[in-house]
Design a protein around this ligand. Structure first.
Ligand SMILES: [Zn+2]
Length: 207
């Protein structure tokens, strides 16, 4: 079984993916994480991707597909894709790599996306993630783990978030219809707690 998580930034795909890996043993492929790794390493792909990401734009399909093909490495089962595919072209490209059996759509309105994402903070020193709403540090602006300074990533600023949401809607909304027509899409209300969201998805997987 291969699973795709869809939904706007901030819908909780990463949190859900971590639980699904733990409970069901999926191999997690987050193109967001892979891209950030490449950016941090300063690889050719990373340098290319960086400009797009900082403007809140999507990285081109062929760059993403090449990266996914490399990480899947000929295996056919047990993958969980998070943040990918984002366009019909990517979805069609993915089908040439392996079959998709189930798509979970985490549904969240724009205002809630803005509220959640503009509250994110990251440690400058160790990279630990915080959220002022759901997971604040013990001392404001200071990392619990290492005492480092917390900052807001450039792509978590409100105007960039709104731009990402618009880009997401324009380019990804057709995917929802695409997977719906294939009869493999399940919608989940992402404004529920992470536990409730996980419970609903687990129920679908155990069917
Ligand atoms: Zn830290």
């Amino acid at each position: 079984m291969n699973l795709v998580l869809l939904g706007p930034p901030g819908a909780g795909k990463g949190t859900l993916a971590a639980r699904l890996v733990e409970e069901f043993g999926f191999k997690h492929l987050s193109t967001g994480d892979i891209l950030r790794e490449e950016v941090a390493q300063g690889s050719e792909l990373g340098k290319l991707a960086k400009g797009y990401m900082e403007r809140g734009e999507l990285v081109p399909d062929e760059v993403i597909l090449g990266m996914v093909r490399e990480r899947v490495d000929g295996e056919k089962e047990g993958f969980l894709f998070d943040g990918f595919p984002r366009t019909i072209a990517q979805a069609e490209g993915l089908e040439r790599i392996l079959p998709v059996n189930l798509v979970i759509y985490l549904d969240l309105p724009e205002e809630e996306v803005v509220r959640r994402l503009s509250a994110r903070r990251v440690c400058k020193k160790c990279g630990a993630n915080y959220n002022l709403l759901t997971q604040p540090p013990k001392v404001p602006g200071v990392c619990d783990r290492c005492g480092g300074e917390l900052y807001q990533r450039p792509d978590d600023r409100e105007e960039v978030i709104r731009n990402r949401f618009r880009v997401y809607l324009e380019r990804s909304a057709p995917l929802i219809g695409y997977y719906e027509r294939k009869g493999i899409l399940v919608r989940v209300d992402a404004s529920l707690s992470p536990e409730e969201v996980f419970a609903r998805v687990a129920e679908v997987l155990r069917r």
